[in-house]
Design a protein around this ligand. Structure first.
Ligand SMILES: [Zn+2]
Length: 511
């Protein structure tokens, strides 16, 4: 059964308040969280839920007074069969992109990014096409950063993806003929607004080159918004399937579903697959009953949380453990607040010193950035440091919270779940891909020790005064930071760990 927690009632209702706090602690303690989101998380950003938006439709209606197109019709692949509905679609997307461009990420988007920064996010999956996750720094499937350049079958480097854009990205356009994709520019938007598609520059270039050699001109494709319509396969379907399979193999310990009505068939299947796996991480009732210690150690794991104003339908009984009825932004802010109180060590700030100027001439230092503790360890140092990989390696528990929430029930039998024909189903349809992204493959990151090695492993040689201010200038202490031939830096260290990162080639600043 799904437990409903009314966010607004929590101020006056002690049991609800306690349950919500315990949920926050569970988030703070889990280490492999999958987040799935829908339009609800972008409402507070000023982006209309366009599938039911009267505002946007009214605008389009002005331009096409005789056309009757509503909601789903505007996002169904069949619209391309008719030139008028195609024109309406282009105009609509043009308007939608304008309203998205003037929006900024919500506290919910930033919360997902925080989970990632704290190394708790296994992956974010979104139905949204607004690309606001990318604006917080979560690299999406449509990002240029993840484009695969090698000969591999994959179109993208799946390991680098932090946010899976299940329905594409409105900020990209794609050629209907050669599939080349580009950033959506103002020029594209202006052409779309008139109901027309721009020509594909790659096709045009190829054709022009042929004509120049007196050969026959080639077909030139047109550009369309790189969003995925209903009944349309995702161009990155195989890669997304690979990512899902990998995430399921890595045994997620929490699923957070936010701002979606859970109605799209393929999306429902994805959520149910994740939920089943998350429940397998839950502590078994038998072991939790025997030893209170054991119960506390793991009882935060294995929860499926649904944060949405409206309740999930009865088909989600046994799949969703907790329905937090309320706005996602407010819940996210509360989780962060509770988390900071309960585990302040997760939020400790570590200063990073960056050397400026030529390494050969010494150069001065300034604090370039602050790194908050991303692991929540309480200085149980050396052993854990070895585990500092990008992926979430389970750590021993340092403190025990009494999480008194009832244990989730087992999910329904897999045979009862409907099979989907759309791109979401790739997870199960391609077992050959299952081993491609191994469960223990670390994500690329340079952690403290590795950085030390890069510069000769001398960063912890001798203590130096700890910086007190952000703009702490060590210009007068150049002799203390003695630079050796290899470009290594000797620094004096206090108990507080100060990372010294040399950035050669950087322009010298005069304080
Ligand atoms: Zn093309």
């Amino acid at each position: 059964m799904t437990v409903t927690l009314d966010f607004d009632a929590s101020a006056s209702d002690a049991p609800t308040r306690r349950s919500l706090s315990n949920l926050s602690l569970a988030v703070a303690k889990c280490k492999k969280i999958i987040v799935v989101t829908g339009a609800g998380i972008s409402c507070s950003c000023g982006i209309p839920d366009f599938r039911s938006s009267d505002g946007l439709y009214a605008l389009v209606k002005q331009q096409y007074p005789d056309v009757v197109l509503k909601g789903r019709d505007l996002f169904d692949a069949s619209l391309f069969r008719d030139p008028t509905s195609t024109a309406v679609f282009y105009t609509f997307i043009s308007q939608l992109k304008k309203s998205i461009d003037s929006a900024s990420p919500s506290p919910t988007h930033r919360f997902i990014k925080t989970l990632d920064s704290k190394r708790k996010l296994l992956r974010s999956y979104t139905q949204n096409i607004d690309g606001l996750e990318e604006r917080t720094g979560l690299v999406g499937t449509s990002s240029q950063e993840v484009k695969s350049t090698g000969k591999s079958k994959s179109k993208i480097k799946t390991k680098d993806v932090r946010n899976v854009q299940l329905h594409g990205d409105i900020h990209r356009v794609r050629c209907t003929f050669c599939s080349a994709d580009f950033s959506c520019t103002q020029e594209h938007i202006d052409i779309f607004l008139s109901g027309q598609p721009p020509n594909c520059p790659e096709c045009s270039a190829r054709s022009t080159a042929r004509v120049a050699r007196s050969a026959r001109a080639l077909k030139v494709g047109t550009l369309r918004p790189a969003i995925v319509l209903y009944d349309e396969p995702h161009p990155l379907g195989d890669d997304i399937g690979t990512i899902q399979t990998a995430d399921i193999a890595r045994k997620p310990d929490m699923l957070i579903i936010m701002g979606t009505s859970l109605k799209v068939h393929g999306f429902k299947k994805l959520v149910k697959d994740f939920a089943r796996r998350v429940h397998e991480s839950a502590p078994s009732p038998s072991s939790s009953g025997r030893s209170p210690l054991k119960k506390n150690a793991k009882s935060f794991a294995g929860k499926v949380i649904f944060v949405n104003k409206t309740a999930p339908g009865s088909e989600w009984d046994g799949i969703i453990d907790y329905h937090v009825a309320g706005e996602t932004d407010r819940w996210c802010e509360k989780v962060i607040e509770d988390w900071k109180k309960a585990r302040p060590s997760d939020w400790e700030v570590q200063k990073t010193l960056v050397a400026t100027g030529e390494s050969a001439t010494g150069g001065s230092f300034h604090v370039a950035k602050e790194i908050t503790n991303t692991l929540g360890t309480k200085g149980k140092g050396a052993k854990r440091k070895n585990d500092r990989k990008r992926e979430n390696v389970p750590l021993p528990e340092d403190d025990v919270f009494d999480i008194t929430l009832p244990l989730p029930e087992a999910p329904p039998s897999p045979s009862k779940r409907p099979r989907s024909r759309c791109h979401y189903s790739d997870v199960e349809s391609s077992p050959s891909k299952k081993s491609r992204e191994g469960a223990t493959a670390p994500r690329e990151s340079v952690h403290f020790e590795e950085r030390g090695l890069l510069f000769g492993n001398t960063t912890n040689a001798k203590p130096r005064p700890a910086p007190m201010e952000d703009d702490f200038d060590l210009g007068e202490n150049v002799t203390a930071a003695k630079v050796t031939k290899k470009g290594t830096t000797r620094t004096r260290n206090t108990k507080m760990q100060v990372e010294v990162v040399l950035e050669p080639k950087r322009k010298r600043t005069t304080a």
